[in-house]
Design a protein around this ligand. Structure first.
Ligand code: HEC
Length: 117
């Protein structure tokens, strides 16, 4: 094995480890700003009515993306635009992780046809 192959394998192994670690983020503390979301999305992101989407158990990166789009005006909704306007990137990351870690009725069918949750 030449040096370049060895380097590539090592780099790949490190990258795979980083990705695996990121996917299983440690539980985060409930952010103070989550209190503002409860009125519509429920205490833990399980909304009481269909008017408001359930965000508990959603992929954290989806929640993060949605909040950044609302903040930037790329996704237009008067209510959520106002909610996201004063959130920093750090707030958004923390909210996304915390809501993503809550248990909700959403599930994702795996590519193998089983339910992952
Ligand atoms: C006054 C009610 C209200 C409050 C408070 C509120 N939301 Fe929302 N939220 C909504 C509504 C309505 C939608 C659907 C908007 C749309 O159609 O894009 C929504 C959508 C979302 C979505 C997109 C969900 C999806 O499936 O695409 C996320 C993520 C979200 N809210 C997070 C939050 C967070 C985090 C907070 C607190 C900082 C919050 N919301 C506060 C009403 C609210």
């Amino acid at each position: 094995m030449n040096a370049m192959t060895q380097f590539s394998r090592t780099a790949f192994a490190v990258l795979a480890l980083v990705c695996a670690t990121a996917a299983q983020a440690a539980p985060v503390e409930k952010p103070e700003k989550a209190a503002a979301c409860a009125a519509c999305h429920g205490e833990t992101g399980v909304s009481a009515t269909g008017m408001y989407p359930i965000i508990a158990g959603q992929y954290a990166n989806y929640i993060e993306h949605a909040l950044k789009d609302y903040r930037a005006g790329a996704r237009k909704n008067a209510i959520m635009g106002a909610q996201a306007a004063n959130l920093s990137d750090a707030d958004i990351k923390q909210l996304a992780q915390w809501f993503g870690q809550q248990t909700g009725p959403l599930y994702t069918p795996s590519v193998h046809g089983e339910l992952s949750k």
